[in-house]
Structures are given as structure tokens and as C-alpha cells.
Design a protein. Sequence first.
Lengths: 316, 508
Amino acid sequence: MLKKVVIGLVLSLFVFISTPLFAAEFPTKEVQIIIPWAAGGATDLIFRALAPYASKHLGKPVVVVNRPGGGSAVGYTEGAKAKPDGYTLTSAVTPLTILPHQVSTVYTYRDFEPILNVVSDPSMFLIRADAPWKSLKEFLDFAKNNPNMIAVGNSGAGGGVHLVALAFEKAAGVKFNHIPFSGGGPSVTALLGGHINAVSVSPPEGIEHVKAGKLRIIALFAEKRLELFPEVPTVKEQGIDFVMGMWRGLVAPKGTPPDVIKKLHDAFKLGMEDPAFQKTAKDMAINLSYLGPEAFGKLMVHDHEFYGKLIKEIKK
Amino acid sequence: MLESLQNLANGFGIATAIHNLFYCLIGAIVGTLIGVLPGIGPIAGIALLIPATFGLNATSAIIMLAGIYYGAMYGGSTTSILLNVPGETASVITCIDGYQMAQKGRAGPALAIAAIGSFIAGTLGIFGLVFLAPPLAQAALAFGPPEYFSLMIFGFIVLSNVTGTSLLKALMMATIGLIIGTIGLDPVTGDTRFSFGSVSLLGGIEFVAVAIGLFGIGEVLINVHQPKELLDQRVIVPRFRDLYPSLQDLKRSIGAILRGAGIGFGIGLVPGPAPVIATYSSYMIERKISKHPEEFGKGAIEGVAGPESANNSSCQSAFIPLFVLGIPFGPVTAIMLGAFLIHGVSPGPLLISQHPELFWGVIASMYIGNFILLLLNLPFVPFFANILRIPKRILLPLIILFCMTGMYTVNNSIFDIWMMLLFGALGFLMRKWAYEGAPLLLALVLGPKLEVAFRQSLMLSHGDFGVFVNRPISMAFLLAAGVFLTIPVIRMVFKKKGGEGNREKVKG
């Protein structure tokens, strides 16, 4: 008797797990978004916030998975090699157009189909509230007199905010000591613990700690001031012509059918427009910036060339 | 202190509201199921259930999701004990003595003590959370790359010989684990290493494949390798009165449970593979201080009680960095973070003051949830224990089927199943020649973290190795590791030969 019960249980489990294989129209099971960084970073936070709203319109759960390592190469490699069936998506962030110029990755943006862009945010440097530098000038003066002494964390070697830090040190004529972490979460934690002096991030990374008065924005690389912190000046206002930021969108592996892309695009766009998500975005100090598949594709083409040139210049 | 108690009382008011009790119960039940099935871990379970929380308010949603998390810690030991198949990383160590107990007809006490230990440790963990969360979060921040590196070194040296059989063999296995851990992409620069052009190897070797292979499949193969008559035999069938632990069992376990709770809570604060380090440490300590160390590996109840308690309290303290810093240290808390964001709550230093009803309500619900889980798990003990009545020639193929489906659900990858079978073959050979799987798994988990911390530290110090000894916490871990390495040498010099005595314990 019991024997039969157990066999029945195990077999029904087997059937339960394999049912998605026999169903028809997309989506028949949950959709996965690969985040190529550790949990708690900007991309992770944004897509975790957006996933449920998109899933409301998709009709199936949207699951966020972290695949950190290699300054995002691990996650992008996995995303590019995934089956092009629309069930494994990857968060496309500026480093997708940067890292391939820095190390020999097996992928470029050309291995992905654009779906949509979600946010576009300026980058910034955060320091601890109790750091000795009261202004950007003091910070840079110290850096000038002590080259390589200010340890600046980033979310992965060769990635977006690392390049921002490299480009900024060139623009400002200083040298930092760059320390790679596996994402914005771990790098902000290291700054909170005082193991590094500053961190290169994009909102919403560290925003909660700035609100709580634990961290300060020492350098803001935006065109205009942040709505949430109007008292923080941009570096441009202070005489350094330097504006740089990160965009974060969504891509599928090359070869994903156009109708699947369209379904995904529509669901995520509706999710972005949800008033509740818009409010969350405001609290997180992120700047929503929708681009459709075509415009997003063009942005990636443009940035791939732009960063290729920039990296050559920096390496000179 | 007093204020905390008052807040906690308010929290109980929120948690005992009928709808919150209901979500707590659902979370606990789903968590237990997820824990019992190998492969499907709490991460996948919570992720799939997040959409179900849309209509709820933030507090109810977090109450339910947290229930899944700690519920899975209760269920995780079941397959370890019964089938030698670790359901997840946190229950690898439970295989060692839990499975041996089951083979001796003591599956019931093993399952029951795992639930009781989880309950006690979970409850203590919640008290830690109530009174110590803010200062502990600050303490966790003291761990930078150098401290992390030294902690890993300490863990590596102290824990690799966790079963205490042969130091040389344990170190050999640990080295193999370290080597396997380097497969994939370089964690700092992203260069490919040892992937031999295979795309599947780029992401590294899946831990679950190694764990299920070495333990579960390896055990099946060893059984098949036995003479045919043994296959038709059944495992000793437990008598009913032996289904629950005796007073003697409880007496032996209580110390292990309390120690495990403390260890787990402390280690849960460290980012990374906390449940693994916590369970290994607890087992190691129990074996070292036990009056009958010779029973370990042959079915000592402390070897189940300690680690199972440790993984539960580590799961409570893992909430501290999330609640207080807003930064998740592990994948499960990362998913919880997502749940917060959906409901418009950004966890961080302001969470406790801005959303007290959520913080205290969730904590109070954890207490209730732990109680529900105890009541839920104990009645199932006879049912699970009876699975062992199935004759081996039917049970063994079922285990293989169970392992394969479980493995597939982790990444939906056939490659992982082949990996699992490969490690199953390795596990068979290792078992045959008495090599332990535990050190290999430990090294596989710690190795990559160790490497990253090492490289970050040297970048911070501009290549100066002094960074590891100039910082007090780091220095303390290295010294402790050094002491651990030299003690056996000193003992060898001063004592002629280990005179532990061969006290044979009479089995009850």
C-alpha cells in the first residue's frame, strides 16, 4: 500500500515538473531575468521592483536570478548562450557595450535582441558621512597629492561604474586605487564598513544610506541635480565637464522570435507605466526612460562605438 | 530593551491577526514541502510565490515569504536523513550521521531531533534579532576583504577534516574541491579557466550536482555493489516506540542544539555561504567536545541536532543585514528584498523607524511560524520514517529518479544531470576507498570566495601581504588557524600515542 503511495507521489512529482514541455502559447512558464551582478546593486534592485508588475501583464511569474562574477562576463555569457525561446532574458546595462572592449568576452551586444530600455541614470561617487573631505575640491586635492591612495570600489572590473571612475580620474587629472566587487551591493557594504574610501555607483545604490545620513554624494556626474537631493551640485557646475551614466534595459538571446519579443516588450512597458511602480521608482531616485526595441538597439550600437573609442583613449 | 519588548508585543498583535496567521501557515507548509524535495530550494520557491503576494500588504507578504525560507530549513534534513540526498547546501552535513541513524532504524529520532533543534534554534535566533539587530549589523560591516579572507582560511583549515577520519585524505579531497571551484570564469577579470571550450562549463560546476552526486548517487551505487542478498533486505524497521527520541537522546542533544544555535546565529551575519560554514562548524565542535567521538559518523544524534539547529538560526540572523542595512548577503534574502520593493518599502537604515509595524510584525510572525512548523513536522515523522520499509531494490531506483528530477529543476539543465552522475561515480569510488565527500564540498563553496577576497585585499594594500596581519580581526582568525594546525603536531611530540581509550558505547 505505502509502496504504491510513494511511487505515485514520486511519479506525480515528475509529471508536475515536466508539464511545461507540453503546453502551447508563450508564456507557458516563468520568465527568468539574469542579473550579471550580486544582489542589492542598482540593476538588481530595479528589475526586482519591476518584475512583478511585468508579470501581472505577462500572466506568468518573472523571476530575477543573480549570476555575478567576472565583472558581468559570467552573467552575459550565460544570457547569450541561453535558448532563444523568451524564457531566459538578460538585463542589458551599459557594461554590455563596455566589457567586450576591455577583455576578450565570448559575446557582444550583437548576440542579443533588444526588448526595451527601462532607466537611464547618472553615476556618482559616494563617501562615508564621516569622511574628511567636505567638498569635491577637497576630495580631488587629496587625490592629487596622494595618487593611488583613495580606494574606490566598483561593481566589477572593466564594467560600467569602473569605466566611469577611470574616465573621471582622467578628466580630473587624478589617480585612484580601483577595487572590483561582484556588484553594487557588496561595494556599498564595503564602503559602509570603511574598507574603501569611496564607491562609484548609480542610483538607487546607496540612496537609502544617503537618506539616512550614513553616506554622502561627493561627485555627481549628471547634467542636472537629482530631484531627491537638490542640495548636491553636479561636477559640471563645479568646473569639470564630465557627465556619465548607466542605462538599464532588457534583452533576449539572438534568434528569439519577434512575436515573443513583442509580448515581452508590451508586458514590461505596461509594467513600467503602472502608477505603483512609478512611485517606487521615485522613492529609489531612479530615472525611468523608456525606449522601444529599435531605439534601444540603436543606443547599444552607438554606445558600443563610443566606449570603444573612450577605452582606447584611457589606455593611452 | 524594554522598548524592544513593547514593540515586540505590538508585533505579536499584528502577527496574530487572523489573515497574517493564515499567511504564516501557508508559508510554513510550502517551505516544508520545498525543503523536503531535493533540487527545489527556497530561492525558487519564494520567487514563484511572489506574484501570489501582489494583493497583500507588505507585512503579510513578508510574513509568508519568510515562512517559506525558515520552513525550508526544517524540511531540508528529511532526504539527508532518509536517503543520503542533501536537499540543499545547508543539509549536507546532516547526511553523515542522520543517514547512519536511519540505517540503524533510528530515522524517527533523527527526524524529530532535527525539527526540535530547528525550533529551539529558530526561537533563540529571533530573540537575537529582536535585541541585537542594529549592533550586529554594525559588527558585520567590520568584515572587509582581508577579514573575510582570514575567516575563510580559518574555516578551511579547521573544517576540512570535519569528520575526523584522516587529515591527509581530507586535505586531498579539499584540494580537489578547490580545483573544481576554479572552473568557469575568473571571478575578478572574467577570463575563462578550465572550460575547455565548453559553454556549459563557463558558469562553473553546480554545487548541487556535486552534493547530490557524491552523497545520493554514490550511496546508491555502493548499495548496488553489495552482494545480491543484501539488496533484498530491508533497513531495520523502526518499532513505534522508537519513532520519537528518548529522554537519553534529548539529554545528549540539548547542548548540541544550544551551541548550534549560537554558532549559526553568529555565522549567519557573514556574507556568502553562511549555512555551509555554520553547519560544518557545529558538527566539528560537537565531535571535538563529545564524550564519545567514536560514534560520530556512525549515527551520533548530536551530529544531527547541532548542524540542523545551526542552519536554522543562521537563517534568522541573515535577516539582520537586510533589515538594518538594506543589503542582502545571500540569494534568499535578495528575493525578500524584491518583495519589499514591490510593496513600496525600501529596506535600509530607516526601515525600523519608518515601518515599525512591518519589522516587528514579521519578527513576531517568525516566532509563531517556528511553533507552527514544529507542530507540522513532528506528526510526519512516522510517515517519513516508514519510507525505509520499501525494499532496497525498489527504493534505490526511486532515489535515482528523485535525484535526477530534483537536479533538473535547479537550472533546467541536462548538463547538470550528467555532472551529477559523473560525481556519483566519483562518490562511489571515494566511498569504496574511504574518502570523505564533505571536505570536497566545503572547498568547492569556500574556494572562489577565498580567491576573490585574497585578490581584493592585495589590491587594497597595493600588494602588501601585511594587510592580513595588520588588521586585528583578520590577525585573530589567522592565529586561531595557526594554533589549530600546530596542536596536533605538539600533541604528537609530547604524547607517545593518542590514548583516547576504546570505550565501546552500548547501543540502546
